[in-house]
Design a protein. Structure first.
Length: 317
C-alpha cells in the first residue's frame, strides 16, 4: 500500500481505467477515485472502452471514450480489473504510463501493475476505496460517498449476496452520513427496467418450462426475441434469474443460441453442484453458477440432453 500511495503522491496526471463492459462497481470506483485525485490537485481522466450502458447513465460521472490517441500519463490506475485483458484496447494507455497501479477485489487478480492493492475477499472495489482513500489523506465528500455507495450496493446485489461482511456494512454506514439519495440508487440499480425490457421479461416468464416436479425451471432465448423488443443482450444481465425465482426450483437453466453452438447457463438454489453437470457438456464454473457451450446439435437436441441429465441428477439426490 505504501508503494501505491507514493506513486499517487508523485503523479500530476492520472489516467483511470474501468474494466471493459463496465459495471457500477468499476464505474463508481473510478469516478470516486478521479474525484479524490482532483481533490489532491491532480489532473485525472477516466477512459472508457465503450459508452456505459443506458441503465447506468444515472451514475453520472465524467468519462472520455478511448479512441486510440492519448497522451502519456504520469500514472495509470486500473480499478476492479482482474487482469490486463479487462483493460481492452486501453492497455496502451496503461503500458505507456510512467507508473501503474491496480486496485481490485478479484481473487484471480494477476497483479499486473507495478503496485497492486488486491483484497480478494472484499465485497466490491468500492469497499476497498472506503479504506484506501482516507489513508491517502482524502476527506470523502458527498460526491465520492455517492459513487462508493453505488459501487458497493451494486456488487453486493443490494447487500443481499454472501460477499457482504460486517465490514461492508460498517463502511456503508459511514457513507450514509453524507448527503445523497441512497434509496433512489437502489431503486435504479435493482427495481427499474425499461418498458421494452419489462415486456421482454414478461414474455420469458410466460414461457418458463418446468420439469422434475418443479425442481428444474428452464427458459430459452432467441435472437428474434431480443430483436422483437429492440434490446441488446447486455441490457438484460442474469436472465437465468427469471426461472431461478420460481418456488421449488433447485436448478435453473437458460438456453441461448450462439455463433459457435448452444450456450447453457446453470444456476443452483440447492446443494446440487451444477458445475459437475456443465463439465459433462464441456463447460465449467462454480457449484451454484456454471455454464457451457455445446458445439454440436440443434437447440432441441441440446435442450433435451441437458434437461435429461439435470432430471437424472435431481431424481438421484
Ligand atoms: Mn467489482
Amino acid at each position: 500500500m505504501e508503494k501505491l500511495i507514493e506513486k499517487i503522491k508523485s503523479a500530476n496526471t492520472i489516467a483511470v481505467i474501468p474494466h471493459i463492459n463496465a459495471d457500477p462497481d468499476t464505474l463508481g470506483s473510478c469516478y470516486a477515485f478521479c474525484e479524490a485525485m482532483r481533490l489532491m490537485g491532480k489532473r485525472a481522466v477516466c477512459y472508457v472502452e465503450e459508452i456505459p450502458q443506458q441503465r447506468f447513465q444515472f451514475i453520472g460521472g465524467e468519462y472520455t471514450l478511448y479512441t486510440g490517441e492519448v497522451d502519456v500519463y504520469d500514472l495509470c490506475a486500473s480499478l476492479d480489473c482482474g487482469d490486463m485483458e479487462r483493460l481492452g484496447k486501453r492497455a496502451e494507455i496503461f503500458n505507456s504510463a510512467h507508473d501503474t497501479i491496480n486496485i481490485d477485489h478479484h481473487v484471480t487478480n494477476t497483479l499486473f501493475a507495478q503496485a497492486n492493492y488486491v483484497e480478494g475477499d472484499a465485497a466490491a472495489t468500492g469497499q476497498i476505496l472506503c479504506e484506501f482513500l482516507p489513508k491517502l489523506g482524502i476527506k470523502i465528500n458527498d460526491t465520492i460517498a455517492r459513487y462508493l455507495y453505488i459501487a458497493i450496493c451494486s456488487d453486493t446485489g443490494c447487500f443481499k449476496f454472501s460477499n457482504v461482511e460486517s465490514k461492508t456494512l460498517r463502511y456503508t454506514a459511514d457513507l450514509l452520513e453524507y448527503n445523497f439519495d441512497h434509496a433512489e440508487i437502489a431503486r435504479l440499480l435493482f427495481d427499474t427496467d425499461s418498458l421494452s425490457v419489462t415486456k421482454f421479461k414478461a414474455e420469458l416468464m410466460g414461457s418458463i418450462e418446468s420439469y422434475a416436479d418443479g425442481k428444474l425451471s428452464v427458459i430459452e432465448l432467441s435472437d428474434e426475441l431480443y430483436e422483437k423488443y429492440g434490446i441488446p443482450e447486455s441490457e438484460v444481465p442474469n436472465v437465468v434469474d427469471i426461472p431461478r425465482r420460481v418456488e421449488g426450483t433447485e436448478i435453473a437453466l437458460c438456453f441461448k443460441p450462439k455463433k459457435d453452438g448452444i450456450g447453457v447457463n446453470f444456476r443452483s438454489n440447492s446443494d446440487v453442484d451444477v458445475s459437475k453437470i456443465s463439465i459433462k457438456f464441456g463447460g465449467g464454473g462454480h457449484e451454484r453458477a456454471a455454464g457451457c457451450t455445446v458445439h454440436e446439435g440443434t437447440m432441441q437436441q441440446v435442450k433435451r440432453a441437458v434437461i435429461d441429465e439435470c432430471v437424472r441428477v435431481l431424481e438421484n439426490l
